[in-house]
Write a protein that binds this ligand. Structure first.
Ligand code: UDX
Length: 467
């Protein structure tokens, strides 16, 4: 099929490349000339495993082009809208200006019978509104949410675990056109769900809300574990064996970040408020708050590890990306913690295998080093904030030989506490006991002790009454 993809950010660049790889004839359109030039030269403007190679091989087939000129999209049968919907400054709501701009730029070149397919994550009701803009051209609109995860973007696009089409009532042609686009995935039995516009829009935001809730649920359990001496990683393993719960997305730690989950749950709440059903989503306010509290706790653990004050202490930050295999630092918990350490007076050396340059753009005041060995040298405390394989595999003795003090805080529960403690480290993690058999504030006193205390209170009460 002849396909255009409007917007060549993360979603659009991957989608355009994968559609060409599947055999379609694709043009990717973006207003950013530098981005278009980079993609046309097989240089992805962000890090995604395998994308550079795939760009190179698909560009070589002649089926993939990139352009800044919307007129190059004119002869496409299907136009995907893949522009961003970031959080509006000073509000929880989504900024739809890029979606509107993409649709309005497309309208003059739309041919009757063409299908415009929204992929961007939008507030429910957006598709119905945009379909009126498109209608006079004789083209039609469908909504086809995308569920790709950064780091797995290619496999998630080529082999999705489900395909959702939101179509206008009675638009059987839209379903047939999309079936042709996704013929490969459908042929191997990928489930397809055909809905109305509103349901398709909601599928995306509710999936992200559910995932965010699952992460915040286990992080809430981490808070309880910290107060009681329990171990949240064992708790997650144990409840995860229940197939109804499942172990995936139950990793407690520094919480979720990135360009999707945080802004999508906020935009969902904002939309619910407009629809006067905000009570239905008040729990998402807690989900957001639990997630942000983990960052405070991480700084507290670092402070404790260096004896009570971070002022003048050297902290090594390992990891800046919001998750491994990504250079994305949008709403990254790791980068936020690094900045908070600086604000608390620590001297921070931060590193990441891929995200130093993206982090520098947002936090130029941080001191970045290329290599983790430079970050940890002379450190009073080491913080692991993104669970890159390089950091999971760190050797406690090798790291220990260059630090000033053997203190480590594991923000992703990705290290083995036994191994690190045996090597003489003060090891702390979110949701795990400070040490084997350690005292904790929530310990329930034995009945005998409580009886003795009650007795003492009684006597004290008598004394008070007598006075
Ligand atoms: C997410 C959705 O998974 C994807 O379906 C949607 O299309 C876009 O948003 P992504 O942002 O790439 O994808 O990241 P994801 O793998 O979902 O992780 C999100 C965040 O949650 C990361 O910061 C990650 O570190 C954190 N996370 C994930 C946890 O803290 N614990 C977990 O158990 C899983």
């Amino acid at each position: 099929m002849r396909i255009s993809v409007i917007g060549c950010g993360y979603l659009g660049a991957v989608h355009a490349t994968c559609m060409a790889q599947l055999g379609h004839d694709v043009v990717g359109i973006d207003v950013d000339a530098a981005k278009v030039a980079a993609l046309a030269a097989a240089r992805p403007p962000f890090f995604e495993p395998g994308l550079g190679e795939l760009l190179e091989s698909t560009l070589a087939t002649g089926r993939l082009r990139f352009s800044t000129d919307i007129a190059d999209a004119a002869d496409a049968e299907v136009h995907f809208i893949a522009v961003g919907t970031p959080q509006l400054a000073g509000s929880d709501a989504a900024d739809l200006s890029y979606v509107r701009a993409a649709i309005y730029s497309l309208v003059p070149v739309l041919a009757p019978g063409a299908l415009v397919v929204g992929k961007s994550t939008v507030p429910v009701g957006t598709a119905a509104m945009l379909s009126h803009v498109i209608q006079p051209t004789g083209a039609r609109l469908a909504w086809n949410p995308e569920f790709l995860r950064e780091g797995f973007a290619i496999s998630d696009t080529v082999s999705p675990d489900r395909i959702v089409y939101g179509v206008a009532p009675g638009d059987a042609l839209a379903e047939a056109q999309l079936d042709e686009v996704y013929a490969g995935a459908l042929a191997v039995g990928t489930p397809k769900v055909v809905t109305d516009y509103a349901t398709a829009e909601l599928v995306k935001v509710s999936a992200n809300a559910f995932l965010a809730t699952k992460i915040s649920f286990i992080n809430a359990m981490a808070e309880i574990a910290e107060a009681t001496g329990a171990d949240v990683t064992q708790l997650a393993d144990a409840i995860g064996h229940d197939a109804r719960i499942g172990r995936r997305f139950l990793n407690a730690g520094l919480g979720f970040g990135g360009g999707c989950l945080p802004k999508d749950i906020r935009a969902f709440m904002a939309r619910a408020e407009e629809l006067e059903v905000d009570q239905a989503l008040t729990f998402l306010r807690s989900v957001d708050a639990i997630n942000l509290r983990r960052r405070d706790r991480m700084v507290d653990l670092a402070r404790e590890a260096v004896g009570g004050s971070l002022a003048g202490k050297r902290a090594a930050v390992l990891g800046l990306a919001f998750k491994p295999n990504s250079d994305d630092v949008r709403d990254s918990p790791a980068l936020d913690v690094a900045a908070r350490l600086v604000a608390a007076g620590a001297s921070v050396r931060a590193t990441d295998p891929k995200a130093i340059e993206t982090a520098r753009l947002r936090h130029p005041e941080l001191h970045y080093v290329e290599d983790w060995t430079d970050a940890v040298r002379g450190a009073d405390v080491v913080l692991v904030l993104t669970e890159w394989d390089d950091y999971r595999r760190l050797d406690p003795d090798a790291v220990g030989s260059v630090v000033t003090r053997r203190a480590i805080v594991d923000g992703r529960n990705c290290l083995d506490p036994v191994q690190w403690r045996e090597a003489g480290w003060h090891y702390r993690a979110l949701g795990r006991p400070p040490a084997v058999g350690a005292e904790h504030p929530g310990a329930v006193q034995p009945e005998a002790e409580r009886g003795a205390e009650r007795e003492a209170d009684h006597v004290r009460g008598d004394v008070v009454r007598q006075q």
